[in-house]
Design a protein around this ligand. Structure first.
Ligand SMILES: NC(=O)c1ccc[n+]([C@@H]2O[C@H](COP(=O)([O-])OP(=O)(O)OC[C@H]3O[C@@H](n4cnc5c(N)ncnc54)[C@H](O)[C@@H]3O)[C@@H](O)[C@H]2O)c1
Length: 334
């Protein structure tokens, strides 16, 4: 089985690459190393079944070259992270729309199955108790760059669905809800590595807004096997699947758990959104997934606790950051 992973040097992509190689797949990575890096692939860099192409999904010829001969393609390459999208909306729009169109077209030409990485951001400000895949999208103005990521990913999904209905392309869509774990970087606005990094460095933990906004964090190690099962499942074609965590937590509670688990003496401070991003910045108050579609089709069951994920992120950051002191994490049974 030959698998292509676009964005394979990124956070989620690198975990997927390791998983596929461990299963015995031949794996081809296509990544421009913009937010990802070869350091994420250290464990497998010398693996005989791994090939890494450094190039952009915006380059049609590069995409075709990488995908030719592939049985399946996981399209994860994207401009990701609130900070990056707010600061560089054009990069986000171009990468996340044109890049995806190139991948879809190459998969159609080659006859490869496709798994498209989408996001819970497509639901926007819908605060429903449990968002099902058919829930309405409630987005702010398209003139607010903050919403361009959700808009672009929504167009990606529409493109994918049209390739399925008009060309019969075997494509499934996975909507990730705040996926977290080792190797995620805080550079582009991801909350868990940011707060854990602050706690480890003894800096104040900066929680945006009133901290009562909630999320359901999902662990990358739970997500990766689910998307591999989805791409192999013929009944998944033409459908979207929520892949989120099972427990709703406020960002303030998250910060408190991080302080306790890392044994940090850092205070938690609230920072207004206007100060963190720009005037008029909007955030989602709540985002809770209904995972039942993925559970029914491929047995998706998010099993890893938030505390375990925090420990893993802290250990990973301490390993990678010279400035972070040696860790004594709160043990599991306390
Ligand atoms: N992490 C999350 O919580 C989350 C949530 C929802 C959706 N997603 C989706 O999952 C996918 C992976 O996200 P991630 O969190 O691993 O982010 P990431 O930034 O770590 O990974 C993205 C990868 O794509 C690469 N890339 C960016 N532009 C490219 C281009 N033009 N050509 C080739 N490669 C390019 C980057 O170098 C990086 O390695 C993305 O599609 C993202 O939208 C992630």
């Amino acid at each position: 089985m030959r698998s292509v992973v676009t964005g394979g040097a990124g956070f989620i992509g690198s975990h997927l690459v390791e998983h596929l190689l461990d299963r015995g797949d031949e794996v081809i990575v296509l990544d421009d190393l913009s937010t990802g890096g070869m350091a994420n692939l250290t464990r497998v860099e010398d693996h005989p079944l791994l090939t890494v192409h450094c190039g952009s999904v915006l380059d049609e010829a590069t995409v075709f070259a990488a995908i030719t001969g592939a049985d399946r393609v996981f399209h994860l390459a994207a401009a990701v992270g609130v900070r990056l999208i707010v600061e560089e909306p054009l990069r986000g729009l171009r990468t996340n729309i044109h890049g995806t169109e190139n991948v879809l077209e190459a998969c159609r030409a080659v006859g490869a199955r496709l798994l498209l990485a989408s996001t819970s951001e497509v639901y926007g400000k819908n605060t429903a108790d449990a968002l099902s895949e058919d829930s309405d999208r409630i987005l702010g103005s398209p003139l607010l760059s903050r919403w361009t990521y959700a808009a672009a990913k929504g167009i990606d999904e529409a493109f994918a669905h049209a390739y399925w209905s008009q060309y019969g392309l075997d494509v499934a869509i996975a909507r990730f809800f705040n996926t977290v774990g080792a190797r995620q970087t805080g550079r582009y606005g991801m909350v868990v590595p940011n707060l854990v990094g602050q706690a480890l460095r003894g800096e104040p933990l900066t929680v945006f807004g009133d901290g009562r906004q909630t999320r359901c964090f999902s662990y990358v190690g739970d997500i990766v096997p689910a998307i591999v099962r989805l791409i192999m499942e013929p009944a998944a074609a033409g459908q979207a699947f929520n892949l989120g965590g099972a427990h709703e937590v406020s960002i303030l509670e998250l910060a408190e758990r991080i302080v306790e688990i890392t044994g940090s003496s850092s205070p938690i401070v609230l920072v207004p959104y206007e100060q963190a991003y720009a005037p008029g910045f909007e955030d989602m108050r709540r985002r809770v997934p209904d995972n039942s579609r993925a559970e029914a089709l491929v047995g998706f069951a998010p099993a890893t606790s938030l505390d375990d994920v925090i420990r893993e992120v802290a250990t990973d950051l301490a390993k990678r950051n010279d400035g972070v002191p040696e860790l004594t994490l709160l043990s599991k049974d306390r």
